[in-house]
Design a binder for this molecule. Structure first.
Ligand SMILES: *Cc1c(COP(=O)(O)O)cnc(C)c1O
Length: 402
């Protein structure tokens, strides 16, 4: 079905489907590692690119192609590659687009492993990097060196929700012949389309919103232009970080309801953020939809909605945060985000407990910070759960004062 000029929800359902001899309603799982040739000449033509078809699953496979074509259409790109994980997408982008002696500028608040792999393994291979607060464009301008080849952005940032102006940042990069890669995991293509704002490559952890059901790990890269797509595809094939057909089938199924899921969770997130902001045990709430959010204007300009992620401060600091974690009964205590289930996380006592308080401070992780990923449960149930757990926090704070 040609969905090129159709709406986003139609693309979610139909884009990329690979027709087969049986009229299958969905692209089946082609769980095969290799594909047979009709003749020696046919094999030669496939290898020479003179015939359309499949050779070997690490190179291409119809189930992977269905997902790749769908993601490329959703992000308004030329082509996509799907990979074993979001981190496989990150490392494939680094390897494909950087070489020894090159320099990369990145948001300091990027996903932790995206920074860790650059500062350890890629540094060992001679790639240099500078991490800056990209919410201020002048920081990007100042960090540019003659050998800067990549600008790597993530917006909204996790867990501060700080935004980077994508159009302005991409413009600076373009003027300096720098490729811009945007990790769009936090927004999904439903809420934000970086390629339309000037980015060259979009990256996704499909594990989050796109699959949406907390049952698959996966990643993707979408390139705006053919030349970049070819570099990414070649690197993926040579490095071997490809996705498995079964995994791709699961993601293709999960993504169909992306807009329904995000609409529902986002409506709840707006209500929850307002409710939290008025709660006596809460000292601050970071949610782009709130009037108090400093970059609300920018969110309105570059995002279709305010999303389903927020962070907030619980009065009483570290111990109060732990009390909240130990008393919620509906929200799952878990990392990850963007699934149908509501997740809660206290970075200071969980994901970032292993690093020093000083390093936490530098990363903007305060002891009172709680990260919240709103799911599609009934909003009244989510609020009631927070309400009873925050009552326990109030009790704890009263005891702590006395
Ligand atoms: C989870 C995540 C990743 C890494 O993806 P995996 O699928 O876990 O490998 C990268 N970027 C962001 C923003 C993420 O949330």
């Amino acid at each position: 079905m040609n969905t090129k000029d159709k709406g986003f929800a139609t693309k979610l359902v139909h884009a990329g489907d690979q027709p087969d001899a049986f009229g299958s309603a969905v692209t089946p799982i082609y769980q095969t590692s290799t594909f047979s040739f009709k003749s020696a000449a046919h094999g030669a033509d496939l290898f020479a690119g003179k015939a359309a078809g499949y050779i070997y699953t690490r190179v291409a496979n119809p189930t992977l192609k269905a997902l790749e074509d769908k993601l490329a259409e959703l992000e308004n790109g030329f082509g996509a590659v799907v990979l074993a994980s979001g981190m496989a997408a990150v490392t494939t982008a680094y390897i494909a687009l950087l070489k020894q002696g090159d320099h990369m500028i990145s948001s300091s608040a990027v996903y932790g492993p995206s920074r860790a792999v650059m500062e350890s393994i890629f540094a060992d291979f001679g790639v240099e990097s500078t991490f800056v607060d990209t919410s201020r464009i002048e920081n990007i301008v100042e960090a540019i060196q003659p050998q800067t080849k990549m600008l790597y952005l993530e917006t909204p940032a996790n867990p501060t929700m700080e935004l980077t102006d994508l159009a302005a940042a991409c413009q600076v990069a373009k003027a300096n012949n720098i490729i811009t890669v945007v990790d769009n995991t936090f927004s999904s293509p439903y809420l934000q389309k970086p390629l339309d704002l000037g980015a060259d490559v979009v990256l996704h952890s499909l594990t989050k919103f796109i699959n949406g059901h907390a049952d698959v790990v996966g990643g993707a890269l979408v390139a705006k232009e053919e030349e970049l797509y070819k570099r990414l595809h070649k690197t993926m094939v040579l490095m071997g970080g490809n996705m498995d057909p079964h995994q791709a089938y699961m993601v293709s199924r999960g993504v169909k309801t992306l807009s329904l899921r995000v609409d529902k969770a986002q409506e709840s997130a707006g209500k929850i953020a307002l409710w939290l902001e008025k709660h006596p045990q809460i000292s601050w709430v970071n949610y782009p939809g709130l009037a108090s959010f400093p970059q609300r204007e920018l969110a309105l300009r570059q995002m279709r909605g305010f999303g389903t992620m927020m962070s907030f401060g619980v009065k009483g600091g570290l111990e109060a945060g732990i009390t909240l974690m130990n008393n919620v009964t509906l929200a799952l205590l878990a990392v990850s985000l963007g699934g149908v289930e509501t997740l809660i996380q206290h970075p200071a006592s969980m994901t970032h407990a292993g690093i020093s308080p000083a390093a936490r401070q530098e990363a903007g992780i305060t002891d009172d910070m709680v990260r919240f990923s709103v799911g599609i449960e009934d909003v009244d149930d989510i609020i009631a759960d927070l309400d009873q757990a925050l009552a326990k926090v109030a009790e704890f704070n009263k005891l702590a004062v006395n």
